[in-house]
Design a protein around this ligand. Sequence first.
Ligand SMILES: [Fe+2]
Length: 525
Amino acid sequence: MPSFLFLFHFFKMSSLLQAYPKGFQVTSLTPLQPNFLHIFKIQPRAPRTPSYYKPPSLFMSFPTSSNHKQPKMENPIWQNPHFFPLLLTCTFFLFPLQPSLSAGLQDDYIRQPPRKVVVAPHLRSKSDPQQVHASLAGKEYMRISWVTDEKDVASKVEYGKVSGKYEAMAVGNHTSYHYFFYSSGKIHHVKIGPLEPATTYYYRCGGHGPEFSFKTPPQTFPIEFVVVGDLGQTEWTASTLSHVDSKDYDVFLLPGDLSYADTQQPLWDSFGRLVEPYASRRPWMVTEGNHEIETFPIIYPHGFKAYNARWLMPYQESGSTSNLYYSFDVAGSHIIMLGSYTDFDEDSVQYKWLESDLRKVDRKKTPWVIVLLHAPWYNTNLAHKGEGESMRKAMEDLLYRARVDVVFAGHVHAYERFTRIYNNKADPCGPVYITIGDGGNREGLALMFENPTPEVSVYREPSFGHGRLRVVDESRAHWSWHRNNDSDSFVADEVWLQSLTTTKSCWHNTANTDGSKSKVNKDEL
Ligand SMILES: [Fe+2]
């Protein structure tokens, strides 16, 4: 038995190390991981300072009150034989370190530490729907997903424009999965529609339980997206979601790392219940992060078992063969969700799908093209440095030639906005890159940025928060980043963006920054 457990733990550790990209290490058991499957826990290997850390002053300060007696200095410190070696050490090592520790931190705001995991209890009957969430599922359609403990509940949704009066009904599919000793409830997915734009619908799932409602997105501009990465399920998550909910929006975009269940399947259920009040009222569109992988050698080699079963996205509707990457159109915007943890090189299915998807974009119908992925291609934080580089090298040309407007990423637990970039240089025809992996995960913030700040990095700050992209018309969009200031939300960064569709110079001049000619021009898109 002991040897079995040893082998089990060995394989568990191997699987986690394989599943997670380079830059991760294994740390010991925590109270959050009580069962024997979770002897090991993955943490970023990048140096982390405690969240309550404040850069130390290199100079000691002493009380200056007249009541305080200064000690008489009988032997001046410079007569100490260790003084000058210590001074040299400070000069060459500690002084250069000081600015890099403080880079990205503002003097007037104290970084907040991670907060406790929030476990949302199951308070309804076994037949009642729980973990209800809505997502866009093709033109004029939405998908309602939910879970029931009771297996006999039908996968049907009744809906209508008046509360309690359901004039339409749709039937869908269900699935379930096992993960070692865990068995999921019945996971229902029902596509409903056609639906009218900008309209509130009331709905009931499976013929049981409470009534829910959602608002469909508008048909055209303006539209407001909320963007939150690395959401997790902590008290910070709850804070972020309450800030998101305090102002209306149309579509929620999540660039990976949802529940941080990390193989503890009941935490997927808890996450679903925590987000239900928000995700049942607006479409939530997500892509996967590393915390969704959950592979195990031989038994679960492909990963994403819980993620794919629970968070079904419109991949089939967008011609993709995988739930790990897809696209959709909404109100003049073409949104592409890419997968950082599936193949992306030039011979991969994802690459070919992306190439084809971009070719089909009609900028007259969708002047804005926005991409979301998990591991950032551009990142000046010391956490996860370079982890998105191989994907950038493989796919950046495709996005550049298609004149993608914005690329959102998560993974790094901080906020950072770049200028328009192509191939590591500022380029007026490249996408704006924004990292927003600061939704509220349990691992805390990534406090340390490289120093000096590279010119392409416009604003960076390690705080929890969320972003809003309000697309006003075919040309203009307002981006704002809202930092969580405890119970308040504070706009710490904002900028107006212009769509590349209306930036004529980017279509006439198709030369790349390296002097080569772009293969794609506007007529081909
Ligand atoms: Fe991540």
